[in-house]
Design a protein around this ligand. Structure first.
Ligand code: M6R
Length: 614
């Protein structure tokens, strides 16, 4: 959702904050703002600048005159109130004593606002966030700033990541976290607060992840963390593993392209040190602490959202077929609001790239409350889901910046295959099968490289050009590639804004086929696997209704080329691993399709990378 960066030190804060906001722009990009504290001794007035649109619009308004050494900044993904200058953060009260930037949702803002209005406070925005500034100012009449913030936090319901400045102490930045991530960056004579480490790592790799219910105060030379009972918390810093290069485009036009091209390395990194090929096993150090409990579990519920949910669907098929464990998969937002039957024999497996998705996180917390073992497949080290689960497997896919999830999906499927090996070999899976899966996993990076060959990519681009005139698409797949139909459709719709519908191929004739005509193409994943014949029949049915068909097929399948209008081939692998290959052309198809329409694939409209609100 929104991105927060705050700095206090000796350097000019404005360029550091603007650079930081650029790095966080994937979290939200409808408006941005910055507040720089003044300095009475240096006769430097405080400055506030806001702009609607991307961070560049804000940057163009910042001149050399903006030379404060401490400030807070924000890039917004609107929840309450349209993207406008008035609704952009930072917010203050009329007195300008206190400035805040906020990520999250204050659920009881209406009642708080009403009470404040009755006291005479005037509101300048439609946001839920503004109440926080007024509440603090109101309490400053009788309390010191630390207590005023502490008391304010106790009145808030909902989620927040907050960075706050107070005019009487211009070098201090206050931060508070409940449900929306915040990290403290520790530099030399300077300190930072940010929503995640990406804007910090060009300055320092020493970070402390804040926990829910914590408040922090940073100055250029100190940092202090308290819980809401005002008890000081001491925590050793973590080291960020990611490099600065990893969060840059590296010569590609878009992060999405760079991240898709990283797929072979991503698979290698997810597998690294985890395959015992001769034993047909996987070694997952992150599960060591719960290995006995995992042996006992009777059932797994996988939770995730969007792309992570679709990887879970593939995981369900893998785990049931090869480990013989009953699996259910559910979107986090549904799981948390019904009454799932959970007991000690249940493990909840959360899949999340960011590790911050609110619905997935709450699903885990609900599961924990009911006694389930919770495990995670998470990409972002130190993220909330990674820390809140009992144990887990890190993806090691590196930072994913493009809003459309691509390499994380590939890595999630790879991690799920490893987890299947791990669970399966404790149960019914034979050595021969285990070895076969391990060997096929090791072959995947080379097979992906073949797909990424420049001739192949040029071919997908050509196909995307041909289909660019259409506004509706049906995506079909079966069995292991059932989820790929949904994931392929999600990729196209989220970056191209065209109507794309995923459908299990068998379900097509129960309704969706009614849409098919010469203007409604179908993208069909029809690999040479156990459901190939069925897929061919479905493609025939579409052709009989004059629907254009773009098929994803297995290398060497000449028959498919006779039936479909266009075919893109991927190498053969084990059926359970085939989604790792078949999804790649669909990601590139969506990418080229959107780029050809002149759209910004890294920052699609209305979306944000990390969905930390419900
Ligand atoms: O960070 P997460 O993996 O938990 O995110 C889940 C979804 O929000 C995410 O996959 C989303 O659907 C992407 N935009 C898909 O490309």
């Amino acid at each position: 959702m929104c991105g927060i960066v705050a700095y206090t030190g000796k350097r000019n804060a404005a360029p550091i904050l603007i650079d930081g906001l650029r790095a966080l722009e994937y979290r939200g990009y409808d408006s941005a703002g910055i507040f720089l504290s003044g300095n009475l001794e240096a006769k430097l007035p405080s400055k506030l600048v806001k702009a609607v649109g991307p961070v560049n619009n804000l940057a163009s308004k910042i001149t050399d005159a903006y030379s404060g050494t401490a400030g807070i900044s924000h890039t917004r993904w609107a929840t309450h109130g349209v993207p406008s200058k008035a609704n952009a953060h930072p917010h203050s009260d009329e007195s300008g004593k206190v400035w805040i930037v906020h990520n999250g949702i204050i659920e009881n803002y209406k009642e708080l606002k009403q009470a404040l209005q009755t006291k005479g406070y005037k509101f300048a925005s439609e946001t839920d966030s503004e109440v926080v500034a007024h509440l603090i100012v109101d309490k400053l009449k009788r309390l010191k700033i630390e207590q005023a913030i502490n008391q304010t936090l106790k009145e808030l319901r909902g989620t927040y990541g907050l960075a706050i400045m107070y005019d009487k102490e211009p070098e201090k930045i206050f931060a508070a976290r409940m449900g929306s991530p915040l990290v403290i960056g520790l530099g030399d004579g300077e300190n930072f607060i940010a929503s995640d480490p990406t804007p910090i790592l060009r300055h320092t790799k020493n970070v402390i992840y804040m926990n829910d219910g914590e408040m922090a105060i940073i100055t250029p030379d100190s940092h202090t963390i308290f819980n809401l009972d005002n008890v000081q918390v001491n925590r050793e810093p973590d080291q960020i593993e990611w490099s600065v290069e990893e969060v840059q485009k590296g010569g590609y036009d878009h992060f999405m392209m760079k991240e898709m091209m990283e797929a072979p390395e991503v698979v290698k990194n997810t597998l690294r040190g985890r395959l015992l090929v001769e034993d047909g096993m996987a070694k997952l150090g992150g599960l060591e602490s719960v290995k006995d409990r995992l042996r006992q579990i009777k059932r797994i519920i996988i939770v995730g959202c969007g792309t992570a949910y679709y990887s879970g669907l593939v995981g369900e098929y893998m785990l049931e077929e090869y480990a013989g464990i009953p699996v259910e998969v559910e979107v986090g937002s549904e799981f948390r609001y019904r009454k799932p039957v959970i007991d000690e024999g249940t493990a909840i497996l959360a899949i999340s790239q960011s590790g911050e998705t609110a619905d997935t996180l709450e699903a885990i917390r609900e599961g924990k409350r009911k006694g389930a073992l919770t495990i995670g497949i998470v990409n972002t080290v130190g993220s909330t889901i990674a820390r809140d689960t009992d144990a887990g497997v890190y993806n090691h896919a590196g930072p994913e910046i493009g809003v459309a999830s691509t390499k994380a999906f590939i890595s999630q499927l790879t991690a799920l295959a490893l987890f299947t090996l791990y669970m399966g070999r404790q149960r019914q899976m034979s050595l021969v099968t285990g070895k076969k899966i391990a060997e096929e996993l090791l072959d995947l990076p080379e097979k992906i490289k073949k797909i990424l060959d420049s001739g192949n990519l040029a071919n997908i681009k050509k196909i995307a050009e041909k289909y660019n005139k259409f506004e509706d698409f049906l995506y079909l797949g079966r069995k292991y590639n059932y989820a790929i139909a949904f994931e392929g459709a999600l990729k196209l719709k989220e970056i191209s804004y065209v109507h794309a519908e995923g459908c299990g191929a068998g379900e097509m004739k129960h309704g969706p086929i009614a849409m098919i005509d010469e203007n409604f193409p179908t993208v069909a994943v029809a690999l040479r696997d156990s459901v190939y014949e069925k897929m061919i029949s479905n493609i025939q049915e579409i052709k009989a209704r004059r629907g254009p068909v773009l098929a994803i097929g297995t290398e060497g399948d000449e028959e498919l080329a006779k039936l479909a209008d266009d075919v893109f081939y991927v190498p053969k692998t084990l059926e359970m691993l085939s989604p790792i290959l078949s999804v790649i052309p669909l990601q590139f198809f969506a990418y080229y399709f959107a780029v050809l329409r002149g759209l910004n694939v890294d920052k699609p409209r209305n979306l944000a990378k990390s969905v930390t609100v419900e």
